[in-house]
Each structure stands twice: as structure tokens, then as C-alpha cells.
Design a protein around this ligand. Structure first.
Ligand code: G6P
Ligand code: ZN
Length: 545
């Protein structure tokens, strides 16, 4: 017979949730009581926990199943009434968001370190989403962190392990446990938003080729059901479709560097018309056409401009939002459509209030995230289906759609340079130096342009009036160009400095120019201003997107 057990524990002082929950190396999570402390710290923040329903699932990475068993025992001992768990422990982040909303759960626990590598030597992560389906607000994560620093005991029970591999009903200490189909509810939601009939017709055309790369991560089963079973894409065009605990040794981050086979197929002579990839937990997306890469910032702008073609958005958008470092391309579309375009700090959680208050319908980030009010997370497969629906209606190639968009709105040339594994002290030097420049920068000239504003971005949330400071150093030029420096909030070792560069071009003759070439003078100006290379010894960026 199971019974509630109180276990004495002592705090770990490093459990501060980052941009997207607590992410650490697997070995850190494997320390005795480490996960338990964090889970109890979350539970102790939730006043309505007793008698509630929680959704639990993860991206299938190493330690996923063990973590779920720990959470089952702790949830039962803490008085949760019901757990909905994805089969085999699998649930994508957007699917968790949807399940929380659909079944009116108190919240959900997502086990993922998103696009970070997995396996024994990789990363693990845990994140709590609230009853709106979105990431917990900072007010809650701050409380979790405070609890984690003073925790002295947690509650668990000595139940037998629950079989997660089969759909089933069981119970522990009176708590109901339902192991549910990981995909069905989410697939039905997608079918309710998009015109599957039109997309199916497009997929059936012999000249329309497609390749989806699930990166051996969570979107495999989702793509197999939605793209394969419901839309007719053949299995050999859904690559790396089986989730693996170590993602096959790969880095499940959908970008030009990490989705190699997909990129090779898409830049070959006989390339398919459409290519896409999603990340570890299924919330990111990368969109490609034949010999053509769509930047996430352009993708957001193009989705906004074409949303009226999609059944779910045919009545128009209420507004749009982008994170601060995301290019201003979507602002131009919003202006044309007479919509407000909100500028938020990096991190999906900042869109939550705007979505809940119905101020925006679409939002996105330069970090390969796009989404809408259908859930409260960014959503990789949703973005793929949105693009396929546009292609099915417009019957044009991706290249044609992108080029037409630039002709209509002008082109925001954009690049991000990442300097990874920087010593924390060196990164601090860069940002102290940047801070020291802010006051005296306005009016200064670089690359033939004049700085109009230099600041450290502060966000005033228009809904709850909360203020978020220190969200990135911006140098804004009179002609609309921008140079932005930000410290990554998702790394697990050392610091990563991100440099974002943008230049707006209205001259159509220059639209096909090479991005890095076009932005070269701004990149040089960025080094002159920020001294990243000089102060960190990093001569070249590790990743350029
Ligand atoms: C996660 C969040 C995104 C955010 C990204 C930023 O993926 O879900 O909303 O844009 O982190 O990562 P960074 O490493 O730049 O802090
Ligand atoms: Zn992710």
C-alpha cells in the first residue's frame, strides 16, 4: 500500500529558472533530490494544487521517463487529483499548452531542454506552464526560486512505477493517472485551424516535393500523424522521425547549421518545393523553399501579411507582436493592416498577457519561434502547416512569395552572430563597456549612419504594468538600422553573446544581394562599438543565422 512519505532535503542554490525553465546538464539533475527539490518548490507555489489536474510530458530526451516517475509519486503525495501523461512520456511543448487549455488543467510540467543536445552527457530541463497554457510568469518563477533556496522537505510516495508505454488508466494514492495519445488532440486542433483539404491536394501533386526534418526529436510522431496520415506525405519525406533519447547525437536546433540533410536536399538541383524542421520539443521551426531560406523574422511578416488566407485567421488579426531583437519586417505589415505591433523582450512568456487580453493574434521571434492565440507557446508544426496552407492557396513557390513580399514592403536584411562559450567575466566586460557608452552615443556616426537612440531595453507590459529591465543593449540608427547586443538566457555553461544586425532596404535592385555582404559595414561598426572580439578573444562567431 502506498503512503505519503516526507523526505528531509537541503536546498540547491542554483535552481533559478532561466528564459524557459530550469535547464542543466543531466548529471546535475541526477544528483540526489535535485529534481525533487525543484518539483516541490513548484508545487508549494500552487495554491490550487490539491484536487487539480496537471499535464505531464516531455521531448523524449534521456532522463525523461525517470523524471516522469518521480513527478507521478510527488504529485500523488501532494494531493493532485489527476495527471494526463503523454504516451511513452512524449508531449511536444505546444501540445502540452493545448492539453492544459482543452482539459482546463491547473497547469503542466514540460520536461525538455528544447534545442540543447540530449543524452547522458547532454542537457535536461523542466518547466511549469500555467492554466492559460503558457510559461509561468516571472512572478511565479521568482517564488519557485525562493522556495528552492529554503526547502527542507518534499512529499512523495512509494508506488510501483507506472507503465507509460501503453494508453492506460491507473491510480496512486487516489490520484487518477491517464496515459493519453500524445498526438491526437493536437492533430485535431491543427485540422480545425487550417484547410487540410487544400493542403492534401497540394501534397498529391507530383511536382510538389516536401521534406520535414523532425531531428530525432519530439515532432516525429506528430509529423507522421499530421503530415503523413492526415495529409498524405510519404514516410521517406519525413526524416529523423523517431524520437531518440540523445537525438541521434545531433543538436536538435532547426537552423542551417544543424539540419544538414534537410539543407542538402533543399539546396540541391532537384530540390523539393518545401522543407522544414522543428526542434527538440517541437516549438521552433525553420522554413525553406527550393534553394531558398526564409529568415524567422521574414516568416513572421509573411504569415501576418497572408493570414486572411487561412480559415482560422480569415477575419483578420487583432494585432501582432515580435521580440525586440526580431527584425522590424512585421511592423511594416502591421502598419499596412492598421494593426498595433508590440515589441516585447526575448522569451515567449512575454506574449502571454497580450494573447490572453486578445491584443494580438500572431507573434514571433528571430530565434525560430512563431505562433498564435491557438496555444500559449510557439508552435513548430503549426508554422509548417500555415506555410503549406498559404502555398496551397497561392500556388506559388516559396521564393516567389518571399520576393513578392519584399517588393511590397521592402526588405529587412537581418543576421544574428552568436559568440558561444565565452567566459562569464569576459561577457560581463563587454556589457559593462556597452553600458558605459549608452549616454554618449546618440548623434555618433558609424557606417555612414547616425545613432538616434542607444539604450538598454526596458519593457512596460501594457496589460499588467509590470516592468522588465535589462533586456538587451540597442543602438538604433536614424535610417532604421539596428545593432543589438544581448546575453543568451538559455545556455547551461559559460555565456553566449548574441549580436543582432538589421538594415532596411527599399531599393528592389538590391533585394537579392548577399546578407552578410550587405551588413558588413554594420558588423564592423558593431565590433567598433561592442569590442566583443577584442574583449573575449573570440575572433569569429560560432553560429551565424
Ligand atoms: C527560448 C524561448 C524563446 C526565446 C529563446 C531565446 O527558446 O522559448 O522564446 O526566444 O529561448 O534564447 P536565448 O538563448 O537567446 O536567451
Ligand atoms: Zn524548443
Amino acid at each position: 500500500m502506498s503512503k505519503v512519505i516526507l523526505v528531509e532535503t537541503s536546498p540547491f542554490l542554483d535552481q533559478k529558472p532561466g528564459t524557459s525553465g530550469l535547464r542543466k546538464q543531466v548529471t546535475v539533475f541526477q544528483q540526489e533530490n535535485y529534481l525533487e527539490n525543484f518539483v516541490q518548490s513548484v508545487f508549494d507555489c500552487l495554491k490550487e494544487l490539491k484536487g487539480s489536474t496537471l499535464v505531464v510530458g516531455g521531448d523524449g530526451r534521456y532522463y525523461n521517463r525517470e523524471a516522469i516517475q518521480i513527478i507521478i509519486s510527488m504529485a500523488a503525495a501532494n494531493g493532485v487529483e489527476k495527471l494526463l501523461i503523454g504516451q511513452a512520456g512524449i508531449l511536444s511543448t505546444p501540445a502540452v499548452s493545448h492539453l492544459i487549455r482543452k482539459y482546463k488543467a491547473l497547469g503542466g510540467i514540460i520536461l525538455s531542454a528544447s534545442h540543447n543536445p540530449g543524452g547522458k552527457d547532454g542537457d535536461f530541463g523542466i518547466k511549469y506552464n500555467a492554466s492559460n497554457g503558457g510559461p509561468a510568469p516571472e512572478s511565479l518563477t521568482d517564488k519557485v526560486f525562493a522556495n528552492s533556496k529554503s526547502i527542507s522537505q518534499y512529499k512523495t510516495t512509494n508506488n510501483d512505477a507506472i507503465d507509460l508505454e501503453q494508453l492506460s488508466h491507473s491510480s496512486v494514492l487516489g490520484m487518477q493517472i491517464e496515459v493519453i495519445d500524445s498526438v491526437a488532440d493536437y492533430a485535431d486542433l491543427m485540422e480545425s485551424l487550417f484547410d487540410f483539404g487544400k493542403i492534401r491536394d497540394l501534397m498529391a501533386k507530383p511536382e510538389f516535393g516536401i521534406c520535414f526534418d523532425a531531428m530525432s526529436a519530439v515532432t516525429g510522431p506528430y509529423a507522421t500523424e499530421i503530415l503523413g496520415n492526415r495529409l498524405g506525405v510519404s514516410a521517406n519525406n519525413i526524416i529523423r522521425a523517431v524520437p531518440l533519447e540523445d537525438f541521434g547525437g545531433g543538436h536538435p536546433d532547426p537552423n542551417l547549421a544543424h539540419a544538414k540533410e534537410l539543407v542538402e536536399r533543399m539546396f540541391a538541383n532537384n530540390a523539393p518545393a518545401f522543407g522544414a524542421a522543428s526542434d527538440g520539443d517541437g516549438d521552433r521551426n525553420m522554413i525553406l523553399g527550393a534553394n531558398c531560406y526564409v529568415t524567422p523574422s521574414d516568416s513572421l511578416a509573411i504569415l501576418a501579411a497572408n493570414a486572411h488566407l487561412i480559415p482560422a485567421y480569415k477575419d483578420g488579426l487583432t494585432g501582432v507582436a515580435r521580440s525586440m531583437p526580431t527584425s522590424q519586417a512585421v511592423d511594416r505589415v502591421a502598419e499596412r493592416l492598421n494593426l498595433t505591433s508590440y515589441e516585447t523582450p526575448t522569451g515567449w512568456k512575454f506574449f502571454g498577457n497580450l494573447l490572453d487580453a486578445n491584443k494580438i493574434t500572431l507573434c514571433g521571434e528571430e530565434s525560430f519561434g512563431t505562433g498564435s492565440d491557438h496555444v500559449r507557446e510557439k508552435d513548430g508544426l503549426w508554422a509548417v502547416l500555415f506555410w503549406l496552407n498559404i502555398l496551397a492557396v497561392k500556388q506559388q513557390s516559396i521564393k516567389e512569395i518571399v520576393s513578392e513580399h519584399w517588393k511590397e514592403y521592402g526588405r529587412n536584411f537581418y543576421t544574428r552572430h552568436d559568440f558561444e562559450g565565452v567566459e562569464t567575466e569576459d561577457a560581463d566586460k563587454v556589457f559593462t563597456h556597452l553600458e558605459s557608452l549608452l549616454e554618449k552615443s546618440a548623434g555618433k556616426k558609424y557606417a555612414g549612419r547616425t545613432i538616434s537612440i542607444a539604450d538598454n531595453f526596458t519593457y512596460h507590459d501594457p496589460i499588467d504594468a509590470s516592468v522588465s529591465t535589462n533586456q538587451g543593449i540597442r543602438f538604433l540608427f536614424e535610417d532604421g538600422a539596428r545593432i543589438i547586443f544581448r546575453k543568451s538566457g538559455t545556455g547551461t555553461s559559460g555565456a553566449t553573446i548574441r549580436l543582432y544586425i538589421e538594415h532596411f532596404e527599399s531599393n528592389a535592385a538590391k533585394f537579392e544581394d548577399e546578407t552578410q555582404e550587405v551588413l558588413r559595414d554594420l558588423l564592423e561598426a558593431a565590433e567598433e562599438i561592442g569590442q566583443v572580439k577584442a574583449l573575449t578573444g573570440k575572433v569569429i562567431a560560432d553560429v551565424i543565422t
